[in-house]
Design a protein around this ligand. Structure first.
Ligand code: NDP
Length: 326
């Protein structure tokens, strides 16, 4: 079995040398335990910040879709697929009680890798974060940043299903083309080459009702300046600052919030953990019906976990970044 540990806390943008691949011998299974082998592992932005909370030389955290190989637990049969929170490791021994682990819901022909993305934590982030906090209504204008990523690409499509006008921001022209031509976004802009304020004047002269914020920073402040009375903001993430080495001091936006009576709410997707089964089933249904399209950026080989993670932070992924273990 193999695992990756983080040698020392990240300092600025992660480096390959921050990670160490280790071999480990797993003990024999005890009664009540099962052994699972990783099929697909997720690389996600939260890993960048979260590792700072763990002791040095901890195993990198993360979820994976794994296959039960051997079992001494009557509830788990070899061949079954499970979603584990065991981090960057090829093999996991579980007692089936670890908080947060669950069986992958039946998905028919869909790839089990979706359990790391649209039919997993990022999917639930888009589904509950957007619908619960933004409360979109037909005809409203929705802006989503990080729009071509795992969460953002789903938020935009759910907004279209709710009959909203959707404007997305992403970091390459190819991503914007995908958002408009394949996913049905009304507008998509490359935030690296197009001024956000100017693009909103052109694409949303009527103002913005909902903003699903994946990136924070000046993008968020600029979008907020275009929001309508009683606008709603879901503060999902702020990836533009995750690799900063200094604490950001934000511009003054509170007067704006008062004037437009905005509601801005941060969230953790685990808030809706009890409702995930319903959300997962809804995502599976939408994907099977072709109403939600999913794309994955797959890196092959467990040894490439660090490269996949750093590539995702650099924006190499369109859709969900996952690693196929073999
Ligand atoms: P993505 O698939 O969107 O991957 C990250 C993307 O971020 C990259 O592809 C890149 O795309 C973009 N990015 C990187 N640096 C910057 C930057 N400086 N400014 C703007 N965009 C940048 O990841 P996820 O969909 O998994 O996550 C999206 C956001 O949601 C993150 O902020 C994450 O922390 C948050 N999140 C929050 C959860 C919660 O419970 N609150 C749960 C899950 C995710 P590009 O080419 O467009 O730059």
């Amino acid at each position: 079995a193999k695992k990756f540990i983080l040698k020392a806390p990240f300092d600025g943008f992660p480096k390959r040398s921050d990670f160490e691949l280790q071999e480990e011998d797993l003990p024999a299974l005890k009664d009540g335990e099962y052994l699972a082998e990783a099929l697909f592992l997720s690389v996600d932005p939260y890993m960048r910040g979260y590792m700072a909370r763990l002791p040095p030389r901890s195993v990198m955290i993360g979820i994976q879709v794994a296959k039960v190989l051997e079992s001494r637990n009557k509830d788990y049969t070899p061949g079954e697929l499970v979603v584990l929170q065991s981090g960057w490791r090829t093999h996991t021994i579980s007692d089936g009680k670890t908080n947060g682990d669950y069986k992958l819901p039946p998905m028919g022909d869909l790839s089990p890798s979706l359990g790391c993305g649209s039919v997993g934590m990022p999917g639930m982030t888009a589904y509950f974060g957007f619908l619960e906090l933004c409360q979109p209504k037909a005809g409203e204008t929705v802006v989503v940043s990080g729009a071509a990523g795992a969460v953002g690409s789903l938020v935009g499509q759910i907004a279209k299903l709710k009959k909203c006008k959707v404007i997305g921001y992403a970091g390459t022209d190819a991503k914007c083309k995908w958002l408009k031509e394949e996913l049905g976004f009304d507008h998509a802009f490359n935030y690296k080459t197009k001024d956000i304020g100017q693009s909103l004047k052109e694409a949303a002269p009527e103002g913005v009702d909902c903003y699903f914020d994946n990136v924070g920073g000046m993008t968020a402040v600029t979008v907020m300046n275009h929001m309508n009375l009683f606008g709603r903001i879901a503060n999902c993430g702020s990836i533009s600052s995750y690799n900063d080495t200094e604490v950001a001091t934000g511009p003054y936006i509170f007067a704006l919030m008062v004037r437009q009576q905005l509601r801005s709410e941060g969230f953790n997707v685990l808030r809706w953990r009890d409702s995930w089964p319903k959300g997962l089933m809804q995502m599976i249904e939408w994907i099977k019906e072709g109403k939600v399209k999913v794309r994955e950026h797959v890196t092959y080989g467990f040894e490439k976990m660090p490269e996949a993670f750093m590539g995702m932070l650099r924006g190499e992924n369109t859709g969900k970044a996952v690693v196929a273990a073999k």
